[in-house]
Design a protein around this ligand. Structure first.
Ligand SMILES: Cc1cc2nc3c(=O)[nH]c(=O)nc-3n(C[C@H](O)[C@H](O)[C@H](O)COP(=O)(O)OP(=O)(O)OC[C@H]3O[C@@H](n4cnc5c(N)ncnc54)[C@H](O)[C@@H]3O)c2cc1C
Length: 384
């Protein structure tokens, strides 16, 4: 069944060109993604032909400059792709590539690195990942144990990473590693490692509660030798670079969360109008109407806030604290909404054949990845 579409008539973050782009995105998703979502879920990956179709339509890394194969557009175009994918319920790792890794390469990369990776990232021929989290350290990134030791003109990398998005599909990974293990935050650097480099292995495609189609993996580095020219950004500046990217990374998660919450509402509205109990539609019970009224109110506030944050980000004014607050609020709201909407389905809500079940399972992770809700509160409270 074709999903109803996000109503964007009252949005303030977008102009007519954005609207035209959204039409293209919808057509591409309707052709290449929607009919195959079950296949992706079963395979636990979005195959490369879909990445190529997305690239062909300009849906990957739209902000990348034309000299590197991109369209040089604003972040609104990224957000449109994220909204439409999330409304559909497909967790393809396009947003990680467009909103996070491409930015690292374009902003920090040498000319050679940019020429090597960006055109393929835009076309979908090159898939990227970023590996921060380890089995022993996630929120507490300063405790990572992966090391990159200098040896002649090379780095030798040892360690392991986990929960890495695009971990199976990726052609290269931006690895967060300690170049100076005694140097604390100042001893961390970002290093690019290509798939196929001896000693670099992809582990299991992890079995998740939801977002099945996103490949999330372990990665292993055993004496992986790469030239020092694979350093991305400054040596010892890894943490600074990670912090610089936080506003966009966290806003991106907030965007997807809001669109998913809207879909949960739309699903619940359609279901409760159709479902009969005690001689009337479930929608007619006061509890149902009031629940939906509460959710509609949260969504109205959420869209207004999201447009504010998007406009601020496009004007380069959104701070890391504001983006953390956006991530915190939109993801917590998404989870409240998904849970309350599912309740209105009764037993059907617990059946995977109903889309609401998928939305509810998928929602759970958004309060965890990209920094947990607790870490968002730490960041916000420190600025108060
Ligand atoms: C599906 C998925 C995809 C992911 N993709 C990526 C990826 O592409 N790249 C990547 O590097 N990582 C990725 N992650 C990892 C994700 O960012 C981490 O799981 C997350 O940051 C939390 O780290 P952790 O799992 O080690 O939990 P921990 O840090 O061990 O946290 C455990 C609990 O302690 C709490 N806690 C920790 N510190 C504090 C504190 N100071 N105050 C209060 N509470 C605290 C946490 O909030 C949490 O409730 C992904 C994770 C998932 C599930």
């Amino acid at each position: 069944m074709t999903a109803t579409m996000l109503d964007t008539a009252a949005r303030t973050a977008y102009d007519d060109d954005h609207a035209m782009f959204r039409d293209t995105v919808r057509k591409v998703l309707a052709q290449h993604v929607e009919p195959r979502m079950e296949e992706f879920d079963k395979a636990k990956i979005v195959p490369r032909d879909v990445w190529l179709a997305a690239g062909e339509a300009g849906m990957l890394c739209p902000t990348v400059a034309p000299e590197y194969g991109g369209l040089g557009l604003d972040f609104g175009y990224n957000a449109i792709v994220a909204e439409e994918l999330s409304y559909l319920g497909c967790p393809a790792g396009f947003t990680l590539q467009s909103d996070i890794t491409a930015n690292y390469v374009e902003r920090l990369g040498t000319e050679e690195q940019k020429q090597k990776y960006l055109p393929g990232m835009v076309s979908g021929e090159v898939i990227s990942a970023i590996a921060m989290t380890e089995p022993g350290a996630g929120s507490d990134l300063q405790s990572i144990r992966t090391t990159a030791k200098k040896d002649g003109d090379d780095f030798i990398i040892n360690g392991s990473k986990t929960y890495i998005t695009n971990g199976q599909n990726c052609d290269f990974v931006i690895v967060v590693a300690k170049t100076d293990p005694e140097g604390g935050a100042k001893g961390t650097s970002l290093i690019v490692v290509d798939t196929g480099t001896p000693g670099f292995e992809k582990g299991r495609n992890l079995d998740k509660v939801g977002m099945e189609a996103a490949d999330t993996s372990e990665l292993f580095f055993n004496d992986v030798r790469v030239p020092q020219s694979n350093l991305l950004g400054g040596e010892g500046r890894g943490f600074v670079h990670l912090m610089e990217e936080l506003p966009q990374e966290r806003l991106s998660i907030a965007v997807s969360a809001q669109a998913s919450a809207q879909r949960a509402f739309d699903e619940a509205l359609a279901f409760t109008k159709d479902r009969q109990a005690f001689g009337r539609s479930v929608f007619q019970f006061q509890n149902t109407r009031f629940t939906l009224a509460d959710i509609a109110t949260e969504l109205q506030v959420g869209w207004a806030h999201l447009d504010w944050a998007l406009k601020r980000h496009m004007a380069k004014q959104l701070t890391a604290v504001e983006a953390s607050a956006a991530k915190l609020w939109h993801t917590e709201m998404q989870n409240r909404v998904a849970d309350r909407a599912l309740q209105l389905f009764g037993g059907a809500g617990y059946m995977n054949e109903y889309h609401i079940a998928k939305l509810w399972r998928g929602a759970r992770v958004t309060r965890i990845f990209g920094g947990t809700s607790e870490i968002m509160k730490e960041v916000i409270s420190r600025a108060i």
